[in-house]
Design a protein. Sequence first.
Length: 120
Amino acid sequence: MDRLEKELGVLFADFGDLKSKLIELLEENQRLSIENQQLRKLLKREEAYTEGLGAPKLATEAVAASAGVSAGAKPAPIPAGEGYDNLARLYYEGFHICNVHYGHLRTEGDCLFCISFLNK
């Protein structure tokens, strides 16, 4: 009887390990699915741009469009420079550029920290 209880304990521990591994895999699958969606959107935008269908020419214009700034609104002075364009491009591609979540995939729409950083 003791041997059976020990085997059941080992089996239960193995089951717990499998359960935690399954949870890890499901979370990773969800994260990769979201990243895949973002990359597909980016690919479609790049294809539209190469075909000349009116995609934004600069990353800064894309960020302004995604932040809800209309074309008729008073334009804020945009800092010139390659670094700013690179950050704006990263934000447009769906990544955080703020110091809070830098480099992580944006999963919940626009980030106020990132937008305020771009508007500095």
